[in-house]
Design a protein around this ligand. Structure first.
Ligand SMILES: [Zn+2]
Length: 320
């Protein structure tokens, strides 16, 4: 019996970054343990989220299920013959603009970064993510629905120690136009700083720094929503994407500010970009340990630094 969520967090009125009701706050026992000594975690029981995908707009049911130690995070396309699995690992990455896409054989999943961020941010090491369509549900454009599902399901500690993927040397990934970069340095835990500068737009320069623990993810990061410029919406819809996107599931910035919505925090955009980093870094196949400084980075650079961490050359990546 899979619990079906009656979403309450996503429908909350957000006025500040105080954010998560006490009843939804995770237990602190495993968070107080140092990252190096903690055990692997899964969810305690299955849970279901229903909705539709942002890019393609298809209805979708996403079930999160407990998984054995060392399973990792694994997608399953239950609508396809044989219910093929697609591990959330960088070797299955397919390069596509504006989202993270994975493919194994002919089975593909798209825009997986927000559910991966929820799982990695909450230190869920092992989980089967069943989808009956191409994309997870977009929810309100943040990771809140997935967080709520995980908290609803509960967290179960497992006997095995977690798999660390440390940054073992100074690394840097830089975009071709050199506007964006990510530096990674060895550290004793997982921290990310994100600096955002959209130049001459209504989105002001902003920065956010976080240590990635379940408590901090739930409280400070999970609520931050996907955002676009109004001019980009027209371009994307002209290409057939985002037909069901509205200013309520996609934060839209027009020339005079945010369209038909309100910010949940003044630096919500930087927090969302940091959320994307968490989801993308999870493709390393374990828990990243290091300090990451991202400047104006997107999925391509996020994936690039993971490849460097694993000492894989970008040429191994497949294109669509
Ligand atoms: Zn995102």
């Amino acid at each position: 019996m899979i619990a079906r969520l009656a979403s309450s967090l996503a429908k909350r009125e957000w006025t500040s970054a105080s954010r998560i009701p006490r009843a939804f706050q995770p237990t602190r026992s495993s968070e107080s343990a140092s990252m190096s000594s903690r055990r692997q975690r899964t969810i305690a029981r299955p849970v279901l989220i229903e909705g539709f995908g942002l890019f393609g707009g298809a209805d979708v049911r996403m079930s999160l299920l407990p998984a054995e130690p060392h399973t990792g995070l694994v997608f399953e396309r239950v609508d396809l013959p044989g219910r093929p699995s697609i591990p959330a690992r960088i070797e299955y990455l397919v390069t596509q603009p504006r989202r993270t896409v994975l493919q194994k054989g002919s089975a593909r999943v798209e825009m997986v970064e927000h559910v991966l961020a929820a799982l990695a941010g909450m230190w869920i090491d092992n989980c089967r993510i069943q989808l009956d369509a191409l994309e997870p549900p977009i929810g309100d454009g943040s990771s809140l629905e997935s967080v709520e599902a995980i908290l609803h399901a509960g967290v179960a500690e497992q006997a095995a120690l977690k798999v660390q993927v440390p940054v073992s040397a100074s690394l840097v990934a830089t975009s071709p136009n050199e506007r964006g970069s990510i530096q990674a340095e060895p550290a004793s835990n997982w921290t990310i700083r994100y600096d955002l500068d959209y130049g001459d737009t209504v989105i002001r320069p902003q920065s956010f720094t976080a240590t990635i623990t379940p408590e901090e993810f739930v409280r400070e990061i999970a609520f931050a929503r996907t955002f676009v410029l109004e001019s980009e919406v027209a371009m994307l819809k002209a290409r057939g994407f985002g037909q069901r996107a509205t200013p309520q599931n996609l934060l839209v910035f027009g020339q005079n500010g945010i369209v038909e919505n309100r910010m949940r925090a003044a630096d919500e955009c930087a927090r969302h970009k940091l959320l994307d980093c968490i989801g993308d870094f999870a493709l390393c196949g374990g828990c990243p340990v290091g300090h990451f400084h991202a400047i104006q980075s997107g999925h391509h650079l996020n994936h690039g630094i993971v490849e460097q961490m694993l000492q894989k050359r970008p040429s191994q990546r497949r294109s669509a």
